[in-house]
Design a protein. Structure first.
Length: 454
């Protein structure tokens, strides 16, 4: 079979793509100045802006968003009368967690076992490189047939809503006929997948106070209420014995209809240890795509090293709740807040602070743009047909864009398949997936333009 010219062009561009991804991964662009210097995010934003200018984008700008971060915007005009497509990615990343657990430095792109390792390689600096590859391939094969807007967000991982608020204040900026969100992933490597649903999220910090100050555990333990013990008790109330999320008033029994996730495959993808049970009930797809899930993502407490025999006067935890389509994130926030206040033991004083929130999202996969994408993916992945799945993660911007531009079609694709281990140590991207998805995106843009008569 003769290779498609777009495929040949993308293949020839892969060495350049690897070098550029290495440059972008090197920025420690965690959008939290308490962990990494803000200058790292600013440098990454400038790199993205320079890359857009090099591709002849106009109106390239670093947008100062209300949460103190920067999103990068650019516009590439297409032929007269052509539709406009918005391409989205984000350049901020999750912190590396335990750097000693990485087999190679987290901010140094490293090739190993046929994959490229580094924080953000898949989520979502690789997504920005994917957009560049697609556009370059089109330029080399007759030109880009649509007008293109690119937006690269600077705080997606923090969930602080900077770009959402900016877009609401400047509603014309991101207006488009179709939006491609390059921040999800295939169900597995080699299986082209669009994401039909996203869970929303809410993030709360809860603080418990029980004493005026720490006390000697021998002198007072057994009667004086320990804030850390109270926190353990409170957090345990968020799950049933089988691990099912139990927030008072929250619906937890919805079912997923569609592509299923075999339990054995999930255990392998999630790297569940032998003999350890999965939590919850229903199918795996029910649990991760259709139902809420609470996670304690951080606790402030004394470390084991240097611990003293003391009762703790104060304890603090950060709790994340993933909210499935069909439920309202704001209502879920109210329910979780009320639960935390109602279940704190021993009259402990409770303070709850909201630090992030985003609504769930459901795409219309019957729209014409999906037909164009299905055709493109079948060419990029010979012998495979496009599948649709859910995704347990959150991209709050999707609902903002859907509200601002109700006529726009929104497609979700990306590089975060299970082997990528996004948000974990040793995150990586499959270069083959980067190559094939770049081909698919380029062909989609061409197919979409033709479907619109451009």
């Amino acid at each position: 079979m003769t290779a498609h010219p777009i495929s040949e062009t993308v293949a020839s561009l892969m060495p350049r793509a690897k070098a550029e991804l290495a440059e972008l991964v090197a920025f420690q662009s965690v959008a939290d100045p308490a962990q990494f210097p803000k200058s790292e995010c600013e440098a990454a934003a400038n790199w993205v802006a320079d890359a857009l200018r090099a591709e002849d984008f106009q109106d390239v700008a670093l947008l100062d968003t209300p949460d103190g971060t920067q999103s990068v915007y650019g516009f590439l005009p297409g032929p007269a009368g052509a539709p406009t497509v918005l391409l989205y990615a984000h350049y901020d990343v999750q912190p590396p967690l335990d750097e000693s657990a990485w087999l190679s430095p987290p901010f140094e792109l490293t090739e190993r076992d046929g994959r490229w390792f580094g924080r953000g390689a898949a989520d979502c600096k690789g997504g920005f490189i994917m957009h560049l590859l697609a556009l370059r391939a089109l330029k080399a094969n007759g030109g880009v047939p649509v007008s293109v807007k690119v937006i690269a967000e600077g705080s997606e991982e923090q969930g602080t809503g900077g770009l959402e608020r900016y877009a609401e204040a400047h509603p014309d900026l991101l207006a488009a006929d179709t939006i491609v969100i390059g921040d999800t992933g295939n169900f597995r490597v080699g299986l082209p997948t669009v994401t039909a649903t996203l869970r929303g999220m809410t993030m709360l910090r809860v603080t418990l106070d029980t004493l005026e100050g720490n006390l000697h555990s021998g002198q007072f333990g057994g009667a004086a209420p320990d804030a850390l013990a109270a926190m353990i008790h409170l957090l345990a109330s968020l799950r049933a014995e089988d691990g099912t999320t139990t927030v008072d008033g929250l619906v937890t029994d919805a079912d997923w209809e569609g592509l299923q996730y075999p339990e054995a495959e999930f255990r392998t993808d999630a790297k569940v240890l032998d003999g350890v049970e999965l939590i919850g009930t229903g199918t795996v797809a029910d649990r991760i795509w259709a139902r809420p899930a609470v996670t304690v993502i951080g606790i402030d407490c004394p470390p084991v090293v240097g611990a003293t025999p003391s009762l703790q006067a104060t304890a603090r935890a950060q709790v994340s709740l993933r909210v499935p389509p069909g439920q309202d994130a704001a209502e879920a926030t109210k329910l979780l807040t009320a639960h935390l206040k109602a279940h704190a033991p021993w009259g402990a004083r409770v303070a709850v602070e909201q630090v992030g929130q985003g609504q769930p999202f459901r795409a219309d996969i019957s729209s014409p743009a999906y037909t164009s994408m299905a055709q493109a993916m079948e060419t990029a992945y010979p012998g495979e047909k496009m599948q649709s799945s859910g995704m347990g993660g959150s991209i709050p911007l999707c609902n903002t864009l859907a509200t601002l531009y109700p006529e726009a079609e929104i497609l979700l694709i990306g590089l975060s398949e299970p082997e990528a281990q996004i948000h974990a140590v040793n995150e990586s991207v499959s270069p083959e997936e980067l190559e094939r998805l770049s081909v698919a995106e380029a062909l989609f843009l061409r197919n979409y333009a033709e479907s619109k008569g451009a």
